[in-house]
Design a binder for this molecule. Structure first.
Ligand code: TYM
Length: 325
């Protein structure tokens, strides 16, 4: 890694299994970015405990997430792959930033409002849920990040991280790089059943990276397409086309041509997408199954010291600047 390269940071929560939205929206870009940037990718386990969680499930989710990152092509020779909780600088900087972030800004976050509703019905809302975006800002700012590849649902959080950094720099002197975000072509993969909502892990509306060929086919064949005849491409068809465009650009062009000539049967689109998606995911799934649990955990150990020294540098500058000895 050379100093001239810009820094990329991104993260994923180890909550259950990775779905196609996580993958196409963010993780899929990581292996490409590592060739041109100095990359740090994080499994953000402290973010995973901001909503209801099972302590018995968490280690399994951490290991699986690490395996998917490696299977997607992220190379530990090129990138740092870290486990957030192993680098305490993340939470230490988060505390400082918490003390400098107005409460109103956190209460306005869309994801907080959405999750507040879900959590109320479960174990109640914990303070960590409100402070979640500050920990995320800390993740990003600790590494002097230039670019953050994320899905659309995280844009508001990156904007908040930018505001936090600017406010800090203006008040105390420049410590943090102001990060930008990067969206992929699939920045908002929609639910297969209800294509006006984003894809998540629950039910049949989302494809998990671990789904078998049969499951992928069944879910795609059951996807909502048009409910009423219209000249405009429906949200459901658009969603299927967007996925196809990434997994097989050539087939996508053929389907689009048919759509424009009004000869496209949605059954055909679904069959083609299922076939292409299955073969797109197959090599990643194969690689995933070759990685042992120990290898998945070792990867964090290998990155830890270098990541921690980068994090410590920023944290000690931040502490000095605010007057903490
Ligand atoms: P998380 O774990 O919810 O999701 C990981 C990444 O997947 C993207 N994503 C989607 N993209 C397209 N379509 C979808 N349906 C979809 N669903 C999820 C997310 O936008 C994200 O990029 N707060 C973050 C984790 C985080 C982080 C960070 C990210 C913590 N610190 C620092 C970047 C930088 C989150 O909960 O992602």
């Amino acid at each position: 890694m050379t100093n001239q390269k810009q820094r990329v940071f991104s993260g994923i929560r180890p909550t259950g299994e990775i779905h196609l939205g996580n993958f196409l929206g963010s993780v899929n870009q990581w292996s490409e970015l590592q060739n041109n940037y100095d990359c740090v990718f994080a499994v953000v386990d402290y973010h995973a405990i901001t909503t209801t969680f099972e302590s018995k499930e968490l280690p399994k989710a951490i290991i699986e997430t690490s395996k998917w990152i490696i299977a997607s092509g992220v190379d530990q020779q090129k990138s740092l792959i870290i486990l957030q909780s192993q680098i305490p600088e993340h939470t230490e900087l988060a505390w400082i930033l918490n003390c400098l972030t107005p409460l109103g800004e956190l209460e306005r976050m869309t994801q907080f409002k959405e999750k507040r509703e879900q959590e109320t019905a479960k174990s109640g809302i914990m303070a960590g849920l409100l402070n979640y975006p500050v920990l995320m800002a800390s993740d990003i700012l600790l590494y002097q990040t230039d670019l953050v590849p994320v899905g659309e649902d995280q844009v508001q959080h990156i904007e908040l991280a930018r505001d936090i950094a600017k406010r800090f720099n203006n008040r105390f002197g420049k410590v943090f790089t102001i990060p930008n975000y990067q969206l992929s072509k699939n920045a908002r993969v929609m639910s297969l059943k209800n294509p006006t909502e984003k894809m998540s892990k629950t039910g049949d509306q989302g494809i998990l990276l671990s789904d078998s060929a049969k499951e992928i086919e069944r879910k795609i064949m059951g996807a909502t397409t048009d409910t009423i005849a219209s000249d405009q491409m429906s949200a459901g068809v658009k969603n299927l086309c967007n996925i196809l465009q990434t997994v097989s650009p050539r087939t996508y062009s053929q389907m689009l041509e048919k759509y424009q000539k009004k000869t496209l049967q949605y059954l055909e689109l679904k069959k083609v997408l299922a076939k292409e998606l299955i073969s797109y995911l197959l090599p990643i799934q194969k690689k995933y199954h070759q990685i042992s649990d120990d290898q998945a955990l070792e990867i964090f150990e290998k990155s830890r010291a270098r990541a921690q020294s980068l994090a410590q540098k920023t944290l000690s500058r931040a502490k000095k600047t605010i007057g903490v000895l």
